[in-house]
Write a protein that binds this ligand. Structure first.
Ligand code: ATP
Ligand code: MG
Length: 220
């Protein structure tokens, strides 16, 4: 089953002299795939990921998420689709510095309609799944970069998404921690998760099923 389909996506940033960041990008991602996206800085990788994650809208073309055309969704419906179907992992972790590991993982569930009583037990379960059972009450400043990214991985799973989008998840990590995060993502993928990951590191890309190469807003 195709889970994400882009047809001739165009993204023009009108704020930047109508710069064309995506130029007719067509792409099909099947359920259960682990895809990497590579390409030089500024070629449109994050722009594409943001559209796939319903964080941004294309200027032209079509994007279907699980067969649903996304162009005419109102804001409330887009937000709902995003919260229920997409998990995000970012290069800079984007954790809340004052919240514990457990509370960081729980955060997306607090904005969902999950029964309150289920939230902390699920957050704990996810923390164990990423190997952080001994750090539940630590805050991000007390963790290594690799551990922070584990928290972000667990948080991305909070609402049981159908796709994880990762924008250079190993970009701030040393090679050992990078390999650990790749392991973790591969493990999630083996359990059925669809993952789309931007990376600059050919060794990390080699651990995925398929690599998409981009240049100047196009897929090569
Ligand atoms: N909000 C914005 N407004 C104007 N221009 C933007 C905006 N976001 C991105 N761009 C431009 O669009 C192009 C693609 O940016 P994008 O962030 O997608 O690149 P990237 O491939 O992710 O690069 P990197 O590897 O450095 O993260 C760049 O030239 C960038 O300057
Ligand atoms: Mg980027």
């Amino acid at each position: 089953m195709v889970i994400a389909q882009c047809k001739k996506l165009i993204k023009i940033y009108s704020s930047a002299q109508n710069f064309r960041a995506l130029d007719e990008v067509s792409l099909s991602i099947k359920q259960g795939e682990f895809v990497s996206i590579m390409g030089p800085s500024g070629c449109g990788k994050s722009t594409l990921l943001n559209i796939l994650g319903l964080l941004d809208e294309p200027t032209g073309g079509e994007y279907l998420l699980e067969g649903v055309p996304t162009a005419r969704l109102n804001d409330a419906r887009r937000t709902q689709l995003r919260r229920n179907h997409i998990g995000f992992i970012f290069q800079s972790f984007n954790l809340m510095p004052r919240l514990s590991v457990l509370e960081n993982i729980a955060l997306p569930m607090r904005y969902s309609d999950m029964p309150r009583a289920d939230i902390l037990p699920r957050a704990r379960e996810l923390a164990v799944r990423v190997g952080l059972e001994k750090k539940l009450h630590s805050t991000p400043l007390q963790l290594s970069g690799g551990q922070c990214q584990r928290v972000a991985c667990a948080r991305s799973l909070a609402n049981n998404p159908s796709i994880i989008l990762a924008d250079e998840p190993t970009g701030n990590l040393d090679s050992k921690s990078s390999a650990d995060i790749l392991d973790l993502l591969q493990d999630l993928n083996k359990n059925g998760m669809t993952i789309i990951m931007v990376t600059h590191d050919p060794k990390i890309a080699a651990g995925t099923h398929r690599t998409i190469h981009m240049k100047d807003g196009k897929i090569l």
